[in-house]
Design a protein around this ligand. Structure first.
Ligand code: FAD
Length: 454
């Protein structure tokens, strides 16, 4: 008899899990996908703005990780992978634009000279001196990025070099993100006994096999919608446009209760919803997993996507990352058509608002966000431009915070899962799309190989 699977959540994690289940379990397996949203894809969402496809959720993937290029290849979409134009981002700090320092590891400096202008002379001297100060590091330690980098290089390096990059990835602050999650290769070098943070960062950069001039980011021509549509087509899952409210054990697997009160049976289940939602779903059947998931904090963010008239004088840079403590509303600005290349006769720009700990993405209205966007573009680039089109997108509780101890927390979360129940998502092994693909692949494999009681 063929097996039945339910996948809860139709973001990239749920879609990849459904697709992998279809490939492994075969055409006769019953796969039901639950998601109450108006379309599948979750935080992968492509809209038409100014007549052009534009991402209003995730926009890219890291090319150094193999998962997304491999998945595109598997789906016959390798030809749709595009790279950035090669222009670099700027940092907005002390109310000025600065080039992004070269030769850093996610903002952690390896050469004092590259930080000149961004930080003061005393900090440059401190960076130069770091190698000569003894480093105390206990193997396996996981301080916050702010603690480690602040102690070795000073607060300015944290606020002006590291924090802008972390804010872009996690909508979080260096004080809340653990070194082992944000900079795993750096933590490994420190565990191996690197004598200083500079040495550890140099080792990581030297070990990189990616050519220096290769694009760091890739994207999908036509938008992530192309990947989402293909996964939906290949998974051939039955999409029920409802939310799941509860998961119960049944004599032969699991019963899911949807938000209309209907029950659905499955031999095995993948939960691919954000951590706070997952915690509620498994409170009864996996209390240890639920308790661990409740400890994962989340941040919200709002995006303002603008189509500005063609020819708007934007700089030849991919965007602007904003240092901590600046008097600017936006935490990042992406100059989409500079970063990825021209599209039609518009300049596409994306501004991100909201960081961990503020309630801005929930509470600030669309009109106010649009007026902030106009003000921020004027403050940063000195331009006044009337958008020809716009879109405001909110992502509430969508950015998990990888705090100190996250790796152990996730081990605990997974250890509490009974056989036949698996989890996937951006709160597990990395927030990015590649890590989501990996977690979904792992989840599906664990269910197909697990013996399911019948
Ligand atoms: C604004 C933003 C920008 C980002 N930029 C990038 C980037 O450039 N590059 C990158 O690699 N990563 C980026 N990320 C991270 C990445 O996009 C996400 O981690 C990833 O898309 C999460 O996918 P997911 O499927 O795990 O979760 P989600 O996309 O959150 O999907 C979860 C799904 O579950 C559904 N759901 C919720 N509750 C229920 C329920 N009770 N029952 C059924 N379904 C439910 C939701 O409707 C949703 O569709 C970004 C994230 C955000 C928010």
């Amino acid at each position: 008899m063929s097996r039945s699977y339910c996948v809860v959540g139709g973001g990239i994690s749920g879609l990849v899990a459904a697709y992998r289940l279809r490939v492994s379990a075969g055409p006769d397996a019953s796969i039901t996908l639950f998601d109450p949203a108006d379309r599948l894809g979750g935080a992968l969402r492509t809209e038409r703005i100014g007549g052009q496809p534009m991402e209003v959720g995730a926009e890219a993937f890291i090319t150094r990780r193999p998962e997304v290029p491999a998945l595109l290849g598997e789906l016959g979409l390798a030809g749709r992978q595009v790279g950035t134009t090669g222009v670099r981002p700027l940092i907005y700090s002390q109310a000025r634009l600065h080039p992004l320092p070269a030769n850093t590891l996610q903002g952690v400096p390896t050469q004092p000279s590259s930080m000149r202008g961004l930080v003061d002379d005393a900090t440059v001297a401190r960076i130069a001196d770091e190698r000569s100060r003894p480093l105390r590091w206990a193997a396996g330690a996981d301080p916050s990025v702010a603690e480690l980098v602040g102690d070795r290089f000073g607060e300015q390096v944290v606020a002006r070099s590291v924090e802008p990059l972390l804010a872009g990835v996690y909508a979080g602050s260096a004080a809340n993100i653990g070194v082992r999650s944000a900079l795993p290769a750096l933590a490994t070098q420190l565990d191996r006994g690197a004598a200083s943070l500079t040495d550890a960062a140099c080792e990581v950069l030297a070990a990189s096999t990616v050519p220096r001039d290769a694009p760091i980011f890739g994207a999908v021509d036509g938008g992530y919608a192309v990947l989402v549509d293909e996964l939906v087509r290949r998974a051939r899952a039955h999409w029920r446009q409802v939310g799941v409210e509860a998961v119960h054990r049944s004599p032969h697997g699991w019963d899911l209760v949807d938000d209309e009160g209907a029950r659905h049976h499955a031999d095995a289940v993948v939960l691919a919803v954000p951590a706070p939602r997952m915690a509620r779903l498994v409170a009864e059947v996996a209390p240890r997993t639920a308790a661990a998931a409740r400890r994962i904090a989340v941040a919200s963010t709002a995006l303002v996507a603008l189509a500005l008239p063609g020819g708007t004088p934007l700089p030849q840079h991919s965007g602007v990352l904003v240092a901590g403590g600046e008097r600017l509303h936006a935490k990042a600005i992406t100059l989409t058509t500079r970063k990825w290349g021209p599209r039609g006769n518009v300049e596409l720009v994306r501004l991100s608002y909201g960081r961990f700990g503020d309630d801005l993405a929930r509470n600030v209205g669309d009109e106010e966000l649009l007026s902030w966007a106009a003000l921020d573009l004027h403050t940063v680039f000195g331009i006044h431009a009337e958008p020809v089109d716009h879109h405001v997108q909110r992502w509430i509780d969508a950015m998990p915070q990888y705090g100190p101890g996250h790796v152990e927390l996730i081990a605990e979360l997974r250890a509490g899962l009974p056989p036949g129940l698996a989890v996937a998502g951006g709160y597990l092994d990395g927030i990015g799309v590649p890590a989501c693909v990996a977690s979904a692949t792992r989840a599906a494999a664990s269910l197909v190989t697990a013996r399911v009681a019948r």
